[in-house]
Design a protein around this ligand. Structure first.
Ligand code: BTN
Length: 262
C-alpha cells in the first residue's frame, strides 16, 4: 500500500491493465488538470489512455466549478475514450461513475450510490455526501472522462469541503487508508466491463444503483429550478421528472434530493 512514488503507482496500475483498452497509463506527481491534458492529446489524435495524478493545480468540476484536493488525498484520473457516438455519451460517462460507486462500495460499510447525473454519494448520519464526481469533455469523436475520488482525507480539510463531501477513509470498517493505486485499478477494470456491455444492461445496473430515482427532488437549471419526483432515467440518460404538469425530460442540471417520494 502507500506510501509509494508515482512511478511505483504507475507500474502497479500498468501491470494490472496489460492487454486491456486502458493499457496505456501514466501516473504523474502534479499537473494542471488531467482532463485538459487528455483533451489536448485527443485533439492531436492520441489513442485511448489513462492519466492519473497526485495533485491538480487547475482541477475542473462540473458547471465551471473548481475541483480541489490536498496532495495525494484523492484518485484524480481521466480516461480518453475514442470513437464514441454522441448518443452514447451519457453511458460512456456513466460507466465510469458506476464503476467508481461499485469499487468504493466494496471498501466501506455504508451504502454508496449514484446521484444523477453522475455524482457518487455515501450515506452518512448527516445525509448523503459526495465522495466522487465525474466531468466529461467532448473532443471531436472522443470523450475525456475525468473522475475525482476522495480517498484519504486528512482530519483538517476545510469545513466547506467536509460539509457536502466526504472521503473513503472516513467510512471503512477499520478506518484504514484507502490504497489509491488498487482503487484506480478496480475502477478501471469495472469500467471496461461496463463500457463493453450492452447499453440496456449498463442502464439497468446504473438505475439499480441510483438513489435519485423515487426521490422528491429539486432540479437546478441555468434558468431556474423544477421540483418533482424522479421517475426514470431515459435510454439517452435524461432524468425524467414528474410534477403536476406531467413528465418532463432533462439532459443537464444539478439535483438536490429533498425526501423519498410518498
Ligand atoms: C464534479 O464537479 O463533480 C466533477 C469533478 C471532476 C474532477 C476530476 S479530477 C480528474 C479530472 N480532471 C479534472 O480537472 N477534473 C476531473
Amino acid at each position: 500500500m502507500e506510501p509509494r512514488t508515482e512511478r511505483a503507482h504507475e507500474a502497479f496500475v500498468r501491470a494490472a491493465l496489460i492487454g486491456t483498452r486502458f493499457a496505456e497509463v501514466r501516473w504523474v506527481a502534479k499537473t494542471g488538470s488531467t482532463n485538459d491534458d487528455l483533451s489536448e492529446l485527443a485533439r492531436k489524435g492520441a489513442g485511448e489512455q489513462v492519466l492519473i495524478t497526485d495533485l491538480q493545480t487547475a482541477g475542473k468540476g462540473r458547471r465551471n466549478r473548481v475541483w480541489t484536493a490536498p496532495t495525494g488525498s484523492g484518485v484524480l484520473m481521466s480516461v480518453l475514450l475514442r470513437d464514441v457516438e454522441p448518443c452514447d455519451g451519457f453511458w460512456s460517462v456513466g460507466a465510469l461513475a458506476l464503476a467508481a460507486s461499485e469499487a468504493i462500495g466494496e471498501l466501506i460499510d455504508v451504502p454508496c450510490s449514484l446521484k444523477w447525473p453522475n455524482d457518487v454519494m455515501i450515506d452518512t448520519v448527516n445525509g448523503q455526501k459526495k465522495v466522487a464526481g465525474v466531468l466529461a469533455q467532448l473532443v471531436d469523436q472522443s470523450i475525456v472522462v475525468g473522475i475525482g475520488m476522495n480517498a484519504n482525507w486528512p482530519d483538517d480539510v476545510p469545513a466547506e469541503m467536509a460539509e457536502r463531501g466526504t472521503a473513503i477513509n472516513r467510512h471503512t470498517n477499520d478506518r484504514t487508508m484507502s490504497d489509491r493505486p488498487a482503487l484506480a485499478v478496480d475502477v478501471l477494470r469495472r469500467a471496461i466491463g461496463h463500457l463493453d456491455s450492452e447499453r440496456h444492461v449498463l442502464r439497468t445496473a446504473w438505475k439499480a444503483r441510483c438513489s435519485t430515482l423515487g426521490q422528491h427532488v429539486r432540479l437546478e437549471l441555468q434558468t431556474g429550478a423544477i421540483i418533482g419526483t424522479a421517475v426514470d432515467i431515459a435510454a439517452d440518460g435524461a432524468l425524467r421528472l414528474k410534477d403536476k404538469d406531467g413528465i418532463s425530460s432533462h439532459q443537464v442540471g444539478d439535483v438536490v434530493h429533498l425526501r423519498p417520494a410518498t
